[in-house]
Design a protein around this ligand. Sequence first.
Ligand SMILES: NC(=O)c1ccc[n+]([C@@H]2O[C@H](COP(=O)([O-])OP(=O)(O)OC[C@H]3O[C@@H](n4cnc5c(N)ncnc54)[C@H](O)[C@@H]3O)[C@@H](O)[C@H]2O)c1
Length: 336
Amino acid sequence: MTSFVLLGGAGYIGSHVAKALVRAGWTPIIVDNLSRGQALSVAGLTLEQADILDTPALVSIFKKYQPSAILHFAGLIEVSESVKNPSEFHRNNAQGTASVISAMAQAQIKHLIFSSTAAVYGQPDHQAPFPENLPPCPINPYGESKLTAEQIIQESYHQHGICSVIFRFFNACGADIDAEIGEMHDPETHLIPLVIQTALGLRESVSLFGEDYPTPDGTCVRDYVHVDDIARAHLLALTYLQSGGESVICNLGSGTGYSVREVMREIEKLTDHGRLSITAEPRRAGDPAYLVADISRTCSVLGWSPHHTLRDICESAYRWHQSDIYQNFWRSRRRG
Ligand SMILES: NC(=O)c1ccc[n+]([C@@H]2O[C@H](COP(=O)([O-])OP(=O)(O)OC[C@H]3O[C@@H](n4cnc5c(N)ncnc54)[C@H](O)[C@@H]3O)[C@@H](O)[C@H]2O)c1
């Protein structure tokens, strides 16, 4: 049976990809240190608790399951946390990736899919949407750590013959269609869950950072891509690598930008909430006006296209936040 190891597979994106792999008849093996992810997001799947910095542990897991490819989602993801603790981000995200490559070389595994980020672009002068060949110029330690990881992976082709698909995710969002899994970050910093939590009365108001950007309504424009579309892209990337595809970097976004206010209005309409309580705050340092993906390469190389609209994203996330699993998670975190 074809198996794949998902590093960081108990996290938000990894658990959705794991579920998609199961649906496709493949076997995901989850490896996670559970520092941020939840075992309940991958209930029923094989879970090995290990840290990606522990190379011998990875080698033994890789040799035990002999996966066809590694899908590497493991990482620290909060930009503001990275500014406070840059060395921890470098250690976990960049050195962690070097450890993954070393273990893959020792276990002779040749295919890798890596979760990078739009944060590697920084604040380009280039008019959005951003193609992959823009010179990367990250403006925070999170983006820097991911760019270093990308470079380590690209070098691994020359050193060990490892072929890779590096995905640069834009704003991953939405939830599983069955509302069995979804975003469970704590603290939560992503816009859509924060707005939904406000609509559900779990928080009093949602902050809006900056209303004076050079955008149509003055708020930042971002590219929101459904986690289900991200999962489908991973399945296509596995097929691409298995059929001899060359290493490639691909943006994963919807290709369409929405302003923060447009997202808020969409959720207000969906929840019949009326006007949400919004707290206007100054701009945050390092937030570019536009971050929108040029997805033409991803579409042509992988035969992928996004299927879900912003409405689908908000509906699925809303269903998830109303689920017993999410509500129990929320209550347990507030008690703890
Ligand atoms: N969520 C987004 O919008 C977004 C955007 C751009 C890039 N990404 C990237 O996608 C990946 C997945 O993001 P996510 O939203 O699912 O995050 P997440 O925090 O939900 O998942 C990351 C998982 O990695 C695990 N992990 C972290 N460090 C580890 C280590 N040293 N060893 C083993 N496991 C470790 C965590 O426990 C967690 O389960 C990350 O690498 C992130 O940088 C996410």
